[in-house]
Design a protein around this ligand. Structure first.
Ligand code: MLT
Ligand code: MN
Length: 305
């Protein structure tokens, strides 16, 4: 299996278009220690020929142009991208589907809940139904991806995570419940016994999630915030990480602490918000995550589990 991080940042990217915070200014100024990152997505392949995207970020067009392996190789119109696998209905997971609208055959794999969101929004009908398949995948159903030419070795499974409805579906003025439904899922990719998990948004590590994570070769995990209240303290927003359905990296109930008891080959933080200081190569927070055995994903990162 080969996995390539197409984008490592959370929704908004790094820098975020309307942020004038110090870190975003550094990212705009070609500071080598503040590398810009596009919005979270990973491409996976068994053989390097056929590719599947884990989420379709709003930056997908730019991500394809930055990655020769995802560009057309034959004929007048073609693409090595055979499908997209969605973890939920958040804008940063689905908006890139609109980039894939030029009558190219592919399959969109998602849970029933996420497909209901796509089906309810007519803008996605721009993906013509005669060539773009929408395949509903049940939790724990095992998909075998593609034919031989598309890397038929990959086995893919969804698993539920504690999370919330997408921001644009929240009831105005109400705090949405954090619940474990098929609306927010993680993706497990297996290739001949090697396991990679993609978990870009997760509110808590439940016992069943801990069991799944244990023994994985690679885990790409929710690195949205360093501290639960960092956006409030920075004055950039009123929400905590918990309110947004994201556990934080630091702290006694944070991600680093939760993983201490787990056995994982490579632990990689992804979906990193522009407020998170681990984005800066020279920050003490970056040093702390690295000392705890974590890697910080960057655009173009290649993973060979
Ligand atoms: C999230 O990860 O919490 C969402 O992508 C936020 C958003 O939709 O902006
Ligand atoms: Mn997001």
């Amino acid at each position: 299996m080969l996995a390539i991080v197409l984008g490592a940042a959370a929704g908004g990217g790094f820098p975020q278009w309307n942020s004038n915070a110090a870190a975003c200014r550094r990212a705009r100024s070609d500071d080598p220690a503040a590398q810009p990152r596009t919005q979270a997505s990973v491409a996976i392949s068994a053989d390097g020929a056929g590719w599947f995207l884990l989420n379709a970020s709003p930056d997908l067009r730019q991500q394809i142009e930055a990655q020769p392996l995802l560009q057309p190789r034959s004929g007048l119109r073609s693409s090595p991208i055979k499908g997209v696998i969605l973890t939920g209905g958040d804008v940063d997971a689905i908006a890139g589907l609109l980039v894939l609208r030029e009558r190219q055959p592919l399959t969109v794999f998602a849970t029933a809940k996420t497909h209901d969101i796509l089906d309810a929004n007519p803008i996605f009908n721009v993906l013509a139904s005669d060539i773009v398949k929408r395949q509903r995948v049940a939790i724990s159903e095992t998909l075998t991806l593609g034919g031989a030419e598309a890397g038929g070795r990959l086995r893919v499974e969804f698993f539920t995570l504690p999370g919330k409805v997408p921001l644009y579906l929240e009831a105005q003025g109400e705090t949405p419940p954090i619940a474990e439904t098929d609306g927010t899922v993680g993706i497990e990719v297996q290739d001949r016994g090697t396991r990679l998990l993609f978990i870009p948004g997760c509110a808590a590590i439940t016992p069943s999630l801990a069991t799944r994570i244990n023994g994985a070769d690679v885990v790409l995990f929710d690195g949205t915030l360093w501290a639960d209240d960092e956006m409030i303290r920075a004055g950039t927003g009123p929400k905590t990480g918990a309110r947004m359905g994201h556990m934080s990296v630091s702290g006694p109930s944070g991600t680093m602490a939760a993983f201490e008891k787990l056995e994982v080959g490579r632990k990689i933080l992804i979906h990193i918000n522009n407020s998170n200081p681990i984005l800066l190569d020279d920050s003490p927070e970056r040093a702390a995550v690295e000392a705890a055995g974590w890697e910080v994903a960057f655009d173009g990162m290649e993973i060979r589990p």
